[in-house]
Design a protein around this ligand. Structure first.
Ligand code: S3P
Length: 446
């Protein structure tokens, strides 16, 4: 969503316990990949539970521009008729990814592996985000950057490689987006493409590629790392994809219930992939009353219904090695930490500076506006709660960032004074039903 219209501010206030049961929308990471895998397979891929957020819809548009037929059949239900690896068409216009880092970066890998030219653009937030991390390995694979805004930023034009060079690439930061771009580009390379990561990032791309019939090996590497090898030029066969509920979206009602006295809610069918649930681990360490009611496997991922009750939280130390498994959850963890007794130290947050906004700065400013004691020390964020509701009363600048908007609205459900965020428009990128869903649980946001 490029912000054409007026900002839509909103205020959240304390209004009693949250009660009820909800299912949050489909996982954003898997939704992008479902459309991309559908594009790269020959034949018809059926997707259920797709997140119909702005970010994912941009990826659907890009898949269409590359030759796929992408049809919306019913709520969350989509059909993609793909072109197959090696057969993508050159897009006629600019590919506008809006606010979506994942869609744009993964598609750079996809397009880089085809002898076609494409121009990538996005909104003011996406135009600020670093793309060099994706372009560096793609250039080694034979991709040419024909045009690029200063500092390796959008808008940029790529000429995909006529003959993709298979490489072994060690990612400079733990990033599933870098890993995925290299693997997607490597699909069209003769031979093996290998990605080495020193911290294991979310594994959806390698799992889904294997599910579609590619030969992919994933091995342990060092203490926390992973080495992923893809054999190039597979014939990808369509498989039905069931998108599980997004743990990064579930984080908002979960923390809302934890900080709002008397609450008891159930969040259903939350994906429990171990590379995505660092927040749950951390909240449990903080003393959160979260119970798994029914762990099961759905569509290749473990899911569970989570019962969450209001809890007296305590501060904890969150190790840097946990960051990849909760990278998008630090804003909402900072909110939980504002209500906890004692100090919560979140270590190793440098990557937060290059998200939809500089999240480290945006979170710190939001905490300051709401009277929460905190400090940034190097790349660490320290939040000092006193075990009572945070003061609130602030106006929070969201900087085109959905997770800043949702995080501070959740804060306002528990604070002494209401919390206002300056713009809620970007919530639609990942969780369009957030406000009505929270209202259904009893949260007051207007
Ligand atoms: C994502 C990877 C993460 C995450 C983003 C989604 C993905 O980004 O923050 O929201 O789907 O691959 P990085 O790769 O930059 O860590």
């Amino acid at each position: 969503m490029s912000h054409g219209g007026e900002a839509k501010p909103m205020t959240a206030r304390r209004a009693g316990a949250l009660k009820g049961s909800v299912t949050v929308p489909g996982d954003k990471s898997i939704s992008h990949r479902a459309l991309i895998l559908g594009l790269l397979a020959v034949g018809e891929t059926h997707v259920t539970g797709l997140l119909e957020g702005e970010d994912v819809l941009r990826t659907a548009d890009a898949a269409r521009a590359l030759g796929a037929t992408v049809d919306h059949i019913g709520p969350g239900e989509w059909r993609v008729r793909g072109m197959g690896v090696g057969s993508l068409l050159e897009p006629k216009g600019v590919l506008d990814f809006g606010n979506a880092g994942t869609g744009s970066r993964l598609m750079m890998g996809v397009i880089g592996g085809h002898p076609i030219r494409a121009t990538f653009d996005g909104d003011a937030s996406l135009r600020k985000r670093p793309m060099g991390r994706i372009l560096d390995p793609l250039k080694k694979m034979g991709v040419k950057v024909l045009e690029c805004a200063e500092g390796n930023r959008l808008p940029l034009t790529l000429q995909g490689a006529p003959d993709v060079i298979p490489i072994t690439y060690e990612t400079p930061v733990a990033s599933a987006q870098i890993k995925s771009a290299v693997l997607f580009c490597g699909l069209n390379a003769p031979g093996e493409t290998t990605v080495i990561e020193n911290e294991w990032s979310r594994d959806h791309t390698e799992k889904m590629l294997a599910f579609f019939g590619a030969e992919v090996r994933s091995e342990a590497y060092g203490e926390h790392g992973r080495k992923i090898t893809l054999v190039g030029q597979p014939e990808l066969a369509p498989r039905p994809i069931v998108v599980p509920a997004d743990p990064s979206s579930a984080a908002f009602p979960i923390v809302a219930a934890l900080i709002t006295p008397g609450s008891e809610i159930v969040v259903r069918s939350v994906m429990m992939n171990p590379l995505r649930i660092g927040l749950i681990t951390t909240l449990l360490e903080m003393g959160a009353d979260i119970t798994e009611l029914d762990r099961r496997v759905e569509g290749g991922e473990t899911v569970a219904d989570l019962r969450v009750r209001y809890s007296a939280l305590k501060g904890v130390n969150v190790p840097a090695a946990r960051a990849p498994s909760m990278i998008d959850e630090y804003p909402i963890l900072a909110v939980a930490a504002s209500f906890a007794a004692g100090e919560t130290r979140m270590n190793g947050l440098s990557e937060l500076r290059v998200k939809e906004s500089d999240r480290l700065a945006a979170v710190a400013d939001g905490l300051a506006a709401n009277g929460v004691e905190h400090e940034i020390i190097g790349d660490d964020l320290v939040v000092r709660g006193n075990g009572k509701p945070a003061q609130g009363g602030g106006l929070v600048a969201t900087h085109m960032d959905h997770r800043i908007a949702m995080g501070f609205l959740v804060m306002g459900l528990g604070t002494d004074k209401p919390v206002t965020v300056d713009d809620t428009a970007f919530i639609a990128t990942s969780f369009p039903s957030f406000v009505p869903m929270m209202a259904g649980l009893g949260g007051e946001m207007q």
